[in-house]
Design a protein around this ligand. Structure first.
Ligand SMILES: C[S@@+](CC[C@H](N)C(=O)[O-])C[C@H]1O[C@@H](n2cnc3c(N)ncnc32)[C@H](O)[C@@H]1O
Length: 224
């Protein structure tokens, strides 16, 4: 089952996660910078949220169209922005030079229909980019919290994308480094709360802070 989406009911939970990452990031570049560096031309940001990708200065000229299922998220996204589901994209075949899905495919019961739709709206040679979080992310917090496996973890994501695009068309860039440093228990509590962990305050008390948290995942890239 997909990770439940609460972006209309509790947008502050998602916003807290964004703030924690921005504030305590100690790595050299954010995930959005890594993705944005690959983009050019007409880009569809599938599950765009409040526009973290659009906010990154692009290296090449880009025109980003945001698409999201949540009306609350879309209100904060720069125009153009479309409310729709990733499994039925309201665009003609071959419309975009790139299609991106940052941290959204794990919300689906099965990511394959959405990846097929992303491929359909790409022009020939167009680029699909989907970061995926590892099942073994944040090992320093494993004694209080472990991510539940999802349908699009970094361990399987490259194979899932290859099923749609073809094996020879997929590339993977992995990361495995201490990218976030949580300075105190309040920061640990916020990190856990943003990940929908119950009793985050109690569990944060069992973590020795400051703690450098190792982020593990993979950027999956595929060419149509
Ligand atoms: C974790 S947020 C990521 C938002 C944005 N990509 C970012 O990284 O800041 C996941 C987003 O996917 C959206 N979403 C979830 N299921 C969706 C679906 N079936 N179709 C389109 N968007 C969806 C949610 O509304 C939410 O904005």
């Amino acid at each position: 089952m997909g990770v439940p989406a609460d972006y209309d009911e509790d947008p502050e939970r998602f916003r807290l996660g964004t703030r924690v990452t921005e504030r305590y990031l100690t790595g050299t570049s954010s995930l959005y910078e890594r993705v944005a560096a690959r983009l050019g031309g007409d880009v569809l940001d599938i599950g765009c949220g409040e526009g973290a990708l659009s906010a990154v200065p692009a290296e090449a000229p880009v025109r980003i169209v945001g698409l999201d299922a949540s009306a609350t998220m879309l209100r904060a996204h720069p125009r153009p922005a479309v409310r729709a589901t990733a499994v039925r994209l309201p665009f003609k075949d071959g419309t975009f030079d790139a299609a991106v899905a940052v941290n959204m495919l794990y919300h689906l019961d099965d990511p394959v229909p959405a990846i097929r739709e992303a491929r359909r709206v790409l022009a020939p040679g167009g680029l699909f980019i989907a970061p995926a979080i590892s099942r073994y992310d944040s090992p320093e917090l494993a004694h209080v919290w472990r991510r539940e496996p999802t349908c699009f973890d970094a361990e399987e994501a490259p194979d899932i994308v290859a099923r749609v695009f073809g094996r020879g068309r997929v590339e993977v860039e992995r990361w495995d480094a201490p990218l976030i440093t949580l300075p105190d228990q309040e920061a640990v509590r916020d990190f856990l709360t943003a990940r929908q962990v119950a009793e985050a305050s109690v569990l944060a008390g069992r973590v020795h802070a400051p703690v450098a948290v190792t982020k593990r995942g993979a950027l999956v890239l595929a060419r149509r």
